[in-house]
Design a protein around this ligand. Structure first.
Ligand SMILES: [Zn+2]
Length: 72
């Protein structure tokens, strides 16, 4: 993940949220995002973040930060 300014991050964040909302309207709702007000550790990089995404593989489920989430 390349370094980006906070401003770029926030702009990207709102675009991602818009896309997610549209996708949710078309497909079944999936609880992919987890909000932890006090912050929680990313399972991948170990960074403490409030917002994490559910990453499910064959038999495991991890909560990772936005930078570690493999966007499709
Ligand atoms: Zn991470």
């Amino acid at each position: 993940m390349e370094n980006r300014s906070l401003n770029e991050f926030l702009n990207d964040e709102s675009r991602a949220t818009d896309t997610e909302t549209q996708n949710t309207a078309v497909t079944a709702a999936r609880p992919t995002m987890v909000w932890t007000p006090d912050g929680a550790v990313c399972a991948d990089c170990g960074e403490t973040v409030q917002r994490r995404w559910r990453e499910t593989t064959d038999d495991t489920e991890r909560l990772v930060c936005r930078a570690c989430k493999p966007w499709e």
